[in-house]
Design a protein around this ligand. Structure first.
Ligand code: PEP
Ligand code: MG
Length: 983
């Protein structure tokens, strides 16, 4: 017989019996869910936990898979456990004189705050209510509990809409002229119960069930069902939680925080979940039940004040907090209830926290000796690190906005960060606008779990009610969204979609700015700045540890014949085109430049005309050079078609050569071409000098020109329109000068148009680009190599340690390197000879074409390094256009599950990854010392970085802003694979 139900008091030992060994915390969570495991652990540690039992996650999956039916034996086991709870607590379920009441709550392995269902006070009916009232001598409390059960049960188990009960409540409060629920008297609540029952009957055509067991059964079913509810599914998608884990159900004896002013309930964190400071944090309410705190309906008190209201409880709670934090070695989020002065712990779990808090707590806990550096690194996610690289408001702009009276309100600083967007008054609007690419602030009086899809789509969240642990706050922190909650001055009217505040009115679609760290709300847009990384001491400490972990000389182990594979972990380099990017990346911890896309410099305004001049004349000039080379060649070898040249033929060829040389000297195209190259040389040289200077001591990989040349010219259509317009203008009367200028401009455009038309290719990404350009127009790449080495020599002479690496893009066949690399190296040597200095350098290639990966052993005969250009390699391996696929079918592919993720973001291990591994292996077979890295977008993606670690790359290279994330991911990979032989 399967064991579906565990009594909290004996869960640990019962699990040990089932498993045949002591259960680990993870095993407990898998079976009992996080909450069930927490209750069992707290009980074992001797903390005051109300008796209860947990129905397993496996029972939930069995229930769902059987078409929403309990598995055989489960219900009987639950009733048996209920009897044991009755015995432990000394009350009976359904006993009219002194009833046991229970709460029924979900609890999955990973906490999903507010995503699934909870029903409190199960077991109350017209009879047991009387017993409860008599026993507690508190009529108001009894009716209050009963009305809560009817509403929660009606909503959750029976699917009656929220508004039904909210309406009844609002109407009664209005009739009685009160604002707070607590102002309703016992008689009012009795009336409320009658009205709730009527509403229940009207909605469902049946009465609220009086049988306690029937209530319990329906409540358990509702919790199981909620695993498949839309909001839970949305949440799992966003958090990448598998669907087949299921949720456990916790049935726990009710203890009451609403039994008068010596009772209360609250949520507390052992450290501040927003800042990470080591201060007890949270809020509570006297004379209330847990839902009141979380729903944000009443204004909570900060938990620090508990010392005034209930000093003994406060001391005990602090002691328990310390104990739990030491036990779990992590910040805890605890729910507690005080029933007539007695403290009960209802839950503990590792607390959700902001990115800032995650980093601070991890670093502090190392200093406190609670956790190791590796554990600290694992406590922080790449997403957390990413937060520090995102915009915050510019202080000056904030001061200006305040001076201009644009600050609308303040609230609780629930989740830090700056958000600017258009106000959207409901989750669906927020989602629709967000999906349409608009920046949205979702504004609500309070949020509910149903709103999660809107919160995910929004840049920030703003509410007028609730506190630091309200739903909006918890979920915002979880998703790293800036949030201000409980901004009470805002009068939010969801019906008219307006918010009134201090005489101002904002409407849906108006812009607002939120400062989640300060808890401030502003009208309009406020400029943002990226945080000052240099001041983020804790983050830098943590990433320093990440580098140490990755630099461990025994981080990777390889089979014996894997010659040249690195034993240390990955380094993080950067893709940087300009010195300022390189400097920033270095501040962020980059240890080299893995890709400088030189062509980006060509787009600069003052250079583009020269680049265009170079392109427009390249063909004509090159045709002359090619003829000259052919003639020189034939004369040099003295043979033509295998036959020796006779005197006459030699004389003819010499005459031809003289004629070509004359043509070259006289050719305007050659003049323009050379002029353009001469113009570009010094600019490129100074670009490269700046890079060497910024990266003193580090390798700098500079890639030769790669994109199809038409990208530097205006578009064909644009030119056609311009030519047509100009032609139409020629008919208009104008002065002689006007005519001349018009004619010149028309001629110029026509030349451009003809060039663009000539260059047109059906598939430019598979056309004349990369190394093919270098072979077709060698003077361009030679100019670049000259610029690189002139800059390197100049820098070296000034004492800068330069390590230039020249990268040839898009190689597909080793012969391409034979033709170009040898010549280019010749230029490098010539420059060094001219400068009288020798510097360390490498020539290598990108591996972006499947053929290059497959023939990497041949390619490595020349290339001294490989850099995987996984953008193109993904494009060529899948045959998906990297420029179009995401706009067209790729999103659908991911939605349908045809592909698990977008392969342009996350490296496809099964296909592209195989090519990468093959390329590395073959390359190192030829050249064990081959340096290998990646410079496609995947170089900044954590999953792809892990793959690069496993594939034996030396480094990953990514954009500057992703460098810190990549450093953490490289450490995570090293920790995850330590001690394993990779291959
Ligand atoms: C690549 O293809 O992965 C690459 C880095 O080159 P680019 O994106 O410039 O084509
Ligand atoms: Mg590429």
């Amino acid at each position: 017989m399967n064991k579906w139900v565990y009594l909290t008091q004996t869960a640990h030992s019962d699990m040990a019996q089932v498993l045949g060994h002591e259960p680990s915390l993870d095993e407990m969570k898998v079976t009992l869910g996080g909450k069930g495991a927490g209750l069992a652990e707290m009980t074992r540690a001797g903390l005051p936990v109300p008796p209860g039992f947990t129905i397993t996650t496996a029972a939930c999956m069995a229930f769902i898979n059987a078409g929403f039916r309990f598995p055989a034996g489960m219900w009987e086991q639950a009733l048996e456990a209920l009897h044991q709870v009755e015995a432990l607590y000394g009350k009976k379920f359904g006993d009219p004189a002194d009833p046991l009441l229970v709460s029924v709550r979900s609890g999955a392995k990973f906490s999903m705050p507010g995503m699934m269902e909870t029903i409190l006070n199960v077991g109350l009916n017209d009879e047991t209510l009387q017993g409860l009232v008599e026993f507690t001598e508190n009529e108001r409390f009894g009716w209050d509990s009963y009305r809560r059960l009817i509403a929660m049960f009606g909503r959750t188990a029976m699917g009656i809409s929220d508004e039904v009960f909210d309406h009844v409540m609002e109407a009664l409060k209005a009739e009685r002229g009160v604002e707070d629920d607590t102002a309703l008297s016992a008689a009012d609540l009795r009336e409320l119960v009658a009205r709730y029952k009527a509403a229940y009957r009207e909605a469902l055509g049946q009465d609220f069930p009086q049988n306690p067991q029937e209530q319990l059964k329906a409540a358990v079913e509702a919790v199981f069902r909620s695993w498949m509810g839309k909001k839970a599914i949305d949440y799992r998608r966003a958090e990448k939680i598998p669907d087949d884990l299921g949720t456990a159900v916790n049935v726990v004896t009710m203890v009451f925080g609403n039994m008068g002013w010596d009772s209360g309930t609250g949520v507390a964190f052992t450290r501040n979940p927003s800042t990470g400071d080591k201060t007890f944090y949270g809020d509570y309410l006297l004379n209330a039940q847990g839902e009141d705190v979380v729903a944000g309906i009443r204004n909570t008190k900060p938990v620090a004040q508990l010392g005034d209201d209930m000093p003994q409880v406060h001391t005990q709670l602090l002691e328990i907090a310390g104990k739990l934090e030491r036990h779990y070695r992590d910040m805890q989020d605890m729910e507690f209830t005080v029933e007539r002065g007695k403290l009960w712990m209802l839950q503990t779990r590792n607390g959700k926290r902001t990115a800032r808090a995650a980093v601070k707590i991890a670093v502090d806990m190392v200093a406190e000796g609670l956790i190791s550096r590796e554990e600290a690194l694992l406590r922080v996610t790449p997403k957390d690190v990413d937060f520090f690289l995102h915009p915050q408001f510019d202080e000056k702009e904030i001061r200006k906005a305040k001076a201009a009276g644009r600050m609308l309100a303040t609230g609780v600083n629930a989740s830090p960060g700056a958000a600017v967007g258009m106000l959207a008054f409901d989750a669906d609007t927020a989602e629709a606008w967000g999906n349409a690419g608009k920046a949205v602030i979702m504004i609500r009086p309070e949020t509910k779990p149903d709103d999660v899809h809107g919160m995910i789509a929004a840049k920030g969240i703003l509410t007028s009610r609730g506190g630091a642990t309200a739903h909006a706050a918890v979920v915002a922190r979880q998703f790293g969204k800036p949030a201000v909650v409980g901004a009470r001055d805002l009068q939010i009217d969801v019906e008219t979609r307006t918010v009134h505040v201090r005489g101002q009115v904002l409407r849906e679609g108006d812009y607002a700015s939120l400062d989640g760290a300060a808890g401030e709300v502003y009208a309009g847009e406020i400029a943002t700045v990226v945080p000052d990384y240099e001041k983020e001491t804790e983050l830098r400490t943590l990433l320093g540890w990440a580098d140490e972990v990755a630099a461990d000389p025994a981080a990777r182990q390889w089979p014996a014949d894997y010659a040249g594979y690195p034993a240390r972990g990955l380094q993080v380099w950067t893709n940087a085109d300009y010195p300022r990017d390189a400097r920033r990346a270095r501040t962020f911890g980059a240890q080299g430049i893995g890709l400088c896309r030189t062509e980006h410099m060509f787009f600069e305004q003052e250079r583009l005309p020269h680049v265009q001049q170079m392109i427009l004349n390249a063909d004509e000039a090159q045709a002359l050079f090619d003829r000259q080379h052919r003639l020189q060649n034939t004369l040099g070898v003295g043979k033509e078609d295998g036959k020796p040249l006779d005197e006459k033929r030699r004389a003819d060829l010499q005459a031809d050569l003289a004629a070509v040389e004359h043509d070259i000297a006289a050719s305007p195209a050659v003049k323009a071409y050379r002029g353009a190259l001469e113009h570009l040389l010094p600019s490129q040289r100074s670009d490269f000098y700046g890079l060497f200077e910024a990266m003193d001591g580090c390798p700098v990989i500079i890639r030769l020109i790669d994109p199809p040349l038409h990208e530097f010219l205006p578009g064909q259509e644009e030119l056609l329109v311009e030519v047509t317009d100009l032609e139409a203008d020629t008919g208009l009367p104008r002065t002689e000068t006007g005519k001349r200028l018009l004619a010149e401009s028309l001629a110029e455009k026509k030349v451009l148009l003809a060039a663009v038309q000539k260059m047109h290719e059906a598939n430019p990404m598979m056309g004349l680009r990369g190394i093919r350009l270098g072979i077709t127009y060698p003077d361009i790449t030679k100019m670049q190599v000259r610029a690189i080495f002139e800059a390197a020599c100049e820098a070296a002479k000034k004492g800068i340690v330069v390590k230039p690496e020249v990268m040839i893009p898009l190689t597909g066949h080793v012969n391409e390197l034979k033709v170009s690399q040898v010549d280019l190296e010749g230029v490098a040597k010539q420059v060094m000879a001219e400068q009288g200095i020798t510097i360390e350098y490498k020539f290598g290639t990108m591996i972006e074409i499947p053929r290059a990966a497959v023939t990497a052993d041949e390619v490595a005969t020349l290339a001294q390094f490989f850099s995987f250009g996984t953008n193109d390699l993904t494009q060529m391996t899948f045959g998906y256009s990297r420029d179009d696929a995401e706009r067209r079918f790729l999103v659908k592919y991911v939605e349908l599950g045809v592909l698990p993720v977008n392969p342009f973001q996350v490296l496809d291990r099964g296909g592209v990854g195989k090519l990468v591994k093959m390329g590395v292996r073959l390359g190192r077979q030829t050249r064990p010392e081959l340096e290998v890295g990646i410079c496609g977008e995947h170089g900044g993606d954590p999953s792809s970085i892990e793959f690069c670690h496993m594939a034996g790359l030396h480094y990953v290279s990514c954009s500057p802003f992703r460098v810190p994330v990549a450093r953490l991911a490289a450490a995570h990979a090293a920790i995850a694979h330590k001690g394993k032989v990779l291959e």
